[in-house]
Design a binder for this molecule. Structure first.
Ligand code: GLV
Length: 313
């Protein structure tokens, strides 16, 4: 029997995870990382979020590690991570659909300037900020057109936004203009009403969203960050917002995260902050995905979201 150990969400979640796996994948033998006397020699796979470095090092002989996060930068940068063990990122239909819904919500909110309504409501102000622009009159650009970025782009396109994408290498997506490589960045950014960040967090992309990049957007463009906080130079974003270069922002991730209570972004009239919640699939959906990945790996197939440590995602 294939054995899966779960460390994700800590000891308190172990019973819940077990029950869920029992119903969606009774063929798996599921145990908790926190079981006294756990014998790792008889474990095949691990499901983790952000284990301690020494716990990761103990997973060196496993057949695979599956992360409950779609972003795995924290694992790859951990000195204890056994780089030879295949690492698979969280995926599945619900993860992608939740992200696509969040970005749609954020994009529509930016389009209609819903932050102004929220601020006005707090002050009991009844004032029409007339906006007669539909999504088909707005152009959204998605940076990072991988698994999640592709879903987001298709979802926005389906609703009626004009959608462009930017990524490292070329990719064809019907109805979506995909730019690739650094040379294409100015052309990509220069036409956008809303920029969405869904890049993976790597050495190349950290700090990429800085004064110069934000300055390449048309004045007043909106910004949605659902990637990682460390893609953005926070002070540059704040300055761009204060100067009106960025019209408004929706931030699900920040740097640092969470922001300190006195950080000006918290109370900024042009900023909506959510607590890193854009795309967290239910445990049932995650368990179904993990089951499918394990079955693939047992058949010696390559899971679609297998991480390439050299690439960083
Ligand atoms: C959350 O940010 C994730 O990586 O899934």
């Amino acid at each position: 029997m294939v054995r899966l150990v779960i460390s994700s969400d800590g000891p308190a979640a172990a019973g819940g995870w077990r029950e869920i796996f029992h119903s969606v994948a009774p063929e798996l033998d599921v145990c908790s990382w926190y079981e006294p006397g756990l014998d790792l020699a008889h474990v095949d796979y691990a499901l983790v979020w952000h284990p301690a470095s020494e716990d990761l090092a103990r997973m060196a002989h496993l057949k695979g590690i599956i992360c409950t996060g779609a972003g795995i930068n924290h694992l790859l940068h951990d000195p204890g991570f056994p780089l030879h063990v295949p690492l698979v990122r969280m995926g599945g239909e619900q993860t992608a659909a939740l992200m696509a819904d969040y970005v749609l919500w954020a994009a529509l909110g930016l389009l209609r300037d819903s932050r102004t309504w929220a601020v006005q409501q707090q002050r009991a102000v009844w004032k029409n900020n007339r906006i007669s622009r539909t999504c088909s009159e707005a152009r959204v650009g998605v940076m990072g057109m991988g698994h999640l970025g592709g879903h987001v782009a298709r979802h926005l396109h389906h609703v009626g936004f004009t959608v462009a994408g930017w990524r490292r290498s070329a990719r064809d997506l019907p109805g979506i203009q995909v730019f690739s490589g650094n040379d294409a960045l100015p052309d990509f950014l220069g036409e956008l009403d809303i920029l969405v960040n869904l890049l993976p967090s790597t050495h190349e992309t950290r700090g990429m969203i800085n004064h110069a990049l934000l300055g390449a957007l048309p004045r007043g463009a909106g910004f949605i960050n659902v990637g990682r906080g460390n893609h953005v130079i926070t002070d540059d974003l704040l300055r761009a917002l204060d100067e009106g270069q960025v019209g408004a922002a929706v931030l699900d991730v920040t740097d640092p995260e969470p922001l300190p209570a006195d950080h000006p972004l918290w109370r900024h009239e042009r900023v909506t902050i959510t607590p890193h919640v854009a795309s967290e699939a239910s445990r049932e959906a995650q368990a179904r995905y993990v089951r499918d990945v394990i079955h693939q790996m047992e058949r010696h197939e390559r899971p679609a979201l297998l991480c390439d440590p050299a690439r960083g995602y």
